[in-house]
Ligand binder design. Structure first.
Ligand SMILES: Cc1cc2nc3c(=O)[nH]c(=O)nc-3n(C[C@H](O)[C@H](O)[C@H](O)COP(=O)(O)OP(=O)(O)OC[C@H]3O[C@@H](n4cnc5c(N)ncnc54)[C@H](O)[C@@H]3O)c2cc1C
Length: 750
């Protein structure tokens, strides 16, 4: 039986304590000889041996490419929860070069002497099975809550998950007897016996037992790699290769691990025997028509969603499916839970086009476009549909130092952008959180901490490259496809996928960053005062306001945070002083720092949002007494635990209303209210709705059609619908404030 695994070759090295450098040097020889894997036995009760974990870590640090594994790990003396962490840690530290191989135990006297618990063979198998389940569960960092298991031999009560390994660490099992073989077939990723302990025919019998057990739980037996520890089976390399080829072709062995500590032998194994075996097996497989082992497990295939032609994903395009290891880290966004059927991660504009083409073949499925995954509007994840995830398009490149022209990919985050620009003494206003992605923000507006001085982020856009619904890649700027360029700046999600943004950015020095907290008795008066002071301030000040609902028995706390673009402490204090007169300050921090530093306090790790955000947005010209009173009443209701006013105005208003698809240029403030329940939130929002005009689409999660008219005033919407008809007539892009393409007559009339 040949399972069709790609052949691998490894070394089985004695972890001799007497010559501690020897196993390390042998590992380096193995790596230099082209071997795939270096492994070490694990007998923690044996004083003549180095501790295997410690040795493996050391070897990982002294090698670059070879994979490392225990052969096999003594589970009775290694608590599985700790094994999970240790394995994930070495995998992370080695760049995904760790394989785990586990054994049920043996040498019980020695184990007991070391403080372990003596088990019968049957108990040891059960204990190992519990250990495997527990280790895998602890690696599931996308799952919520701690891990609880009440096994017979291994119990954990709320163990925290993680760290997440760098790759899907396979778990091989050292097995000989029926119960262990059954466990290998049901739960193992590989079978790892030693040929020296086997009788003729044992490999075939073991394979049959594993295959039967695998099939009994719906697995494809080819999911289980067959590894084998071997000695030097023949002195002559060619004869050795023929013996191994026979084991591959007849007994399905995919990984040969040579036991021995002779560097010359290891070198010949890697340089002569391994290539000869590969050649012999490849030629015979060709003749026999052996198909390659499946890339995805039966469990992964079973997790596929209906209606997606998974096998038709364009070649070379990275695709993550629900059953894949990486899925847990790409399914959700910062604010939302999701369960997409397929996540495509293009690495170039051409691949974005291929991904759009694939999505066009599934018109009935939701299509989400994701850059940084911080969307509040926009469904950058979905349930059962396709996500085009642009995180790999994250380059940040300076194009022209004199013009301060930079090219930025949509997958970059604003913290990263700020850091790169900061090296040149530059900054581009973005938002107030560095984790937000470039793609979503720079296609909607970008209300950032330098807004009053620099305008919106889109106001700095000089050109963009966009993949359109038909898959064509176009460059757009003020002269080329000006209508598209207009739409990209405020309604970009409607017209295509932006793969490159070119921004002209500003110089900046050190700035003052203020975080002030006030105890507020009269919220309405405070809001009004904040608005008045901001509007009266020079443009070097951009200040945002944040507060929540009432807390029983506690005073209302309102926070202000923002930037004064000045490196002069006196100027900074002068700008902030008027706010200090609004209410008693309960906390204050004012730092002379850099814009990059302010944006740097962001978590750029995997996002595991759950549920659905409920957010409403409005824009106002001034914080009028009527608005302030309505907002205070809304806050008093308790339905809005998060409320924000952001300063816009200043340079934002310098841009003509019809210059970009973001049209609300006369607004001086953006208003955002987040609630936990959409109906309650909407009911309370009605308090402020009469006092706001328009909305900033990035802050509104509502999908009701009337939101479109709020985000885009009539003239803007009419123009946008014409542009939509030209560039996305069949509404391929519809996840974010989707406008209806104009009808032909409307296009003619435009
Ligand atoms: C914590 C937090 C803080 C925020 N602070 C600010 C702020 O200070 N100022 C501000 O203006 N906004 C802010 N936002 C809102 C933010 O601008 C939007 O949510 C924005 O869409 C996020 O961009 P993203 O790439 O991370 O989002 P994603 O979730 O990846 O994308 C959101 C939507 O944008 C569209 N989109 C994404 N990439 C592209 C692309 N390359 N081409 C075309 N369309 C695309 C899609 O419709 C997608 O559904 C904040 C959001 C959060 C969660």
């Amino acid at each position: 039986m040949d399972y069709g695994h790609a052949l691998e070759f490894g070394a089985f090295i004695t972890p001799a304590a007497a010559t501690p450098e020897a196993p390390v040097l042998l590992s380096q020889v193995a790596e230099a000889s082209g071997l795939d894997l270096v492994t070490f036995q694990d007998h923690p009760y044996q004083p003549a041996f180095l501790d295997t974990w410690t040795l493996m870590s050391f070897v990982a640090a002294r090698t670059d490419s070879i994979r490392i594994a225990p052969n096999v790990l003594n589970v009775p003396l290694r608590p599985p929860a700790v094994v999970a962490r240790a394995a994930a840690s070495i995998d992370l530290l080695s760049g995904g070069r760790f394989d785990l191989a586990l054994g049920a135990g043996g040498f019980w006297d020695a184990i007991e002497a070391m403080g372990g618990t003596r088990l019968t063979p049957g108990q040891a198998v059960t204990a190992l099975e519990e250990a495997i389940d527990l280790i895998r569960e602890l690696w599931r960092t996308d799952a919520r809550g701690g891990v609880f298991t009440d096994g017979r031999y291994h119990r954990v009560h709320g163990a925290k998950r993680g760290p997440r390994p760098a790759h899907d660490i396979p778990i091989h099992i050292g097995a000989y007897k029926p119960r262990m073989l059954s466990l290998t077939g049901r739960k193992g990723d590989g079978w790892l016996p030693s040929l020296g302990y086997m009788q003729p025919g044992d490999l075939a019998k073991g394979n049959a037992a594993i295959d039967e057990a695998a099939e009994s739980v719906g697995r494809d037996p080819r999911e289980i790699r067959r590894l084998l520890n071997v000695g030097r089976l023949a002195a002559d390399p060619q004869e050795f290769a023929e013996r191994l080829a026979q084991l591959a072709l007849e007994d399905g062995i995919g990984t040969f691990i040579l036991a021995g500590d002779d560097p010359n032998l290891l070198q010949r194994f890697g340089e002569e025997v391994a290539p000869a075996v590969r050649e012999l097996v490849a030629s015979e497989r060709g003749t026999r028509g052996v198909s390659a082992a499946p890339v995805r497990s039966s469990a992964a295939l079973a997790a596929r969603r209906d209606g997606i032609a998974y096998d038709d994903v364009p070649a070379g395009l990275r695709a993550i499916e629900p059953g894949d290891f990486d899925y847990g880290d790409v399914r959700a966004t910062y604010m939302r839970g999701g369960a997409p059927g397929l996540v495509l991660q293009p690495a170039s504009a051409e691949q974005v086009a291929a991904a759009i083409g694939f999505a066009r073949g599934h018109p009935e499925l939701p299509l989400s476009v994701r850059s940084g995954g911080h969307g509040i509007s926009g469904r950058s994840t979905n349930d059962g549909g396709i996500v085009i995830d642009l995180r790999r398009l994250d380059e940040i490149e300076v194009l022209d130092v004199d013009r301060r022209l930079v090219r930025i990919g949509p997958g970059a985050r604003w913290a990263q952008v700020a850091a790169v620009l900061g090296e040149h003494g530059w900054a581009l206003t973005s938002g107030d959180y560095g984790g937000v992605g470039v793609g979503g923000l720079a296609t909607a507006g970008g209300i950032g901490l330098l807004a009053r001085e620099q305008g919106l982020t889109i106001d700095h856009l000089r050109a963009a490259e966009v993949v359109l619904a038909d898959g064509s890649l176009v460059r757009t700027d003020a002269e080329t496809h000006p209508d598209l360029f207009w739409a990209v700046r405020g309604a970009g999600a409607n017209v295509g996928i932006v793969t490159t943004f070119e921004f002209e950015v500003d110089e900046i020095g050190q700035v003052g960053y203020a975080q002030l907290a006030f105890q507020v008795d009269d919220v309405a008066a405070f809001l009004e005062g904040y608005g008045r002071i901001v509007e009266a301030s020079p443009r070097d000040l951009t200040m945002f306001l944040m507060t929540g609902g009432p807390r029983p028995g506690q005073p209302q706390v309102v926070q202000l945070y923002g930037v004064v673009d000045s490196d002069d402490p006196d100027t900074i204090i002068a700008r902030l002083q008027p706010f200090a007169e609004l209410a008693p300050l309960v906390q204050q921090s004012v730092q002379l720092t850099t814009y990059a530093q302010i944006m740097g306090n962001a978590d750029l790790g995997p996002q595991h949002g759950a549920g659905e955000p409920h957010s409403r947005s409005g824009l106002i010209e001034h914080v009028t007494p009527a608005f302030a009173a309505a907002a205070a009443r809304m806050l008093q209701s308790g339905a809005v635990p998060f409320f924000q006013l952001r300063a816009v105005g200043g340079a934002v208003a310098d841009v003509a209303e019809d210059a970009t698809a973001y049209a609300h240029r006369s607004a001086s403030f953006s208003v955002t209210a987040l609630g936990s329940h959409p109906d309650r939130l909407d009911a309370q929002w009605r308090e402020v709705a009469p006092h706001v005009d328009g909305s900033y689409l990035s802050f509104d999660s509502s999908q009701r059609p009337e939101r479109i008219a709020e985000a885009f005033p009539p003239a803007t919407l009419a123009r946008l619908r014409v542009v939509k008809a030209a560039y996305d007539p069949t509404s391929v892009f519809r996840d974010n404030f989707a406008v209806e393409p104009a009808a032909p007559a409307e296009v003619d009339a435009a």
